[in-house]
Design a protein around this ligand. Structure first.
Ligand SMILES: Nc1nc2c(ncn2[C@@H]2O[C@H](COP(=O)(O)OP(=O)(O)OP(=O)(O)O)[C@@H](O)[C@H]2O)c(=O)[nH]1
Length: 284
């Protein structure tokens, strides 16, 4: 039986030192991006990583968000079957949208893949959004808070990145939005980290700020297509260990995604639909 509830997850802390276990039990592998189970209606890339370890990757499976295929399809319909309205980018918080919708924010180092992820969540059936959401190899491309609204359901907020080419207004725009908006509309902040680069000092600094702010946040490893599974596993375990030691308010679930291949995207859509109150998940 699932015991997953958001409130319960926020209280949970576990003390497993998986990183060290990993060093002893990791199978050598050169599996590549194409081997993530992208085509399956429900596929959590974490399931692929489990095959690389001889010990459980997750101590308590009950903590993992596991929607049914019907629930995943419902979430899919919300993202792909509705009109998406890209709003004008803002920098000043007094210009925040007035509409009373739940909001979800994506934050992370510049170039980590925030815009690509938002684009991937809405992909294909919304050509207008695809057109308006631009990505770039150049770090620091996104300069403003950009809201993508599904009317009457929720808004996704793409943010400028911290680190290289960070806009000078970052602290009073992006950071202030996350720290203050959580008391009203912001339901979850997704903190993105690059599976290829691993966690950087900038990431640690920002995650520590999130922890101290009591924001509801969870971690996402991006670009999992870019490196072998063994590399993703190491990045996952290092991040999980940091979470267990330092980020007691982060949700235990770490999402793995590739905006390029689509791996992990249906699961993330379901989670967003769930935390914004747009679908119910059985047993949770
Ligand atoms: N291989 C791979 N490349 C990706 C993925 N997601 C993003 N990228 C690439 O990474 C670069 C940066 O992507 P963006 O989505 O613009 O990153 P961002 O975090 O919004 O960047 P800033 O606007 O600089 O903050 C682009 O060249 C993307 O094509 C992914 O899942 N896999």
């Amino acid at each position: 039986m699932h015991i997953f509830t958001l409130a319960a997850l926020l209280r949970l802390q576990r003390g497993v030192r998986l990183h060290h276990i990993c060093q002893r039990h990791l199978h050598a592998t050169h599996a590549t991006s194409s081997e993530w189970c992208v085509g399956q209606p429900f596929s959590n890339p974490l399931d692929e990583l489990k095959k690389l370890l001889q010990v459980p990757l997750i101590k308590d499976e009950n903590l993992i968000f596991k929607p049914t295929q019907t629930e995943i399809r419902k979430a899919q319909n919300i993202f792909q079957g509705n009109r998406v309205e890209p709003l004008k980018g803002i920098v000043n918080l007094d210009q925040l949208p007035a509409r009373d919708l739940p909001e979800i924010a994506f934050i992370g180092q510049s170039n980590v893949g925030k815009s690509s992820l938002v684009k991937s969540l809405f992909r294909s059936l919304n050509p207008k959004t695809n057109h308006r959401l631009t990505v770039s190899k150049k770090a620091g491309h996104t300069r403003t808070l950009r809201f993508y609204e599904i009317p009457r359901k929720f808004s996704l907020v793409d943010m400028p990145g911290y680190g290289e080419n960070m806009p000078e207004h970052f602290v009073r725009s992006a950071e202030a939005y996350i720290m203050t908006r959580q008391t009203s509309r912001l339901k979850m902040t997704f903190s993105l980290l690059d599976a290829h680069r691993g966690m950087t000092e900038n990431d640690q600094e920002f995650l520590d700020k999130l922890q101290n702010s009591n924001a509801s946040f969870c971690l996402v490893l991006t670009k999992i297509d870019k490196v072998p599974h063994s590399h993703v596993l190491r990045a996952f375990l290092a991040l999980n260990e940091y979470r267990e030691k330092h980020l007691s308010t982060a949700l235990p679930q770490i999402f793995l995604v590739s905006s390029l291949s689509g791996a992990g995207i249906p699961l993330l859509r379901s989670f967003i639909a769930y935390v914004t109150g747009n679908i119910r998940i059985s047993g949770h």
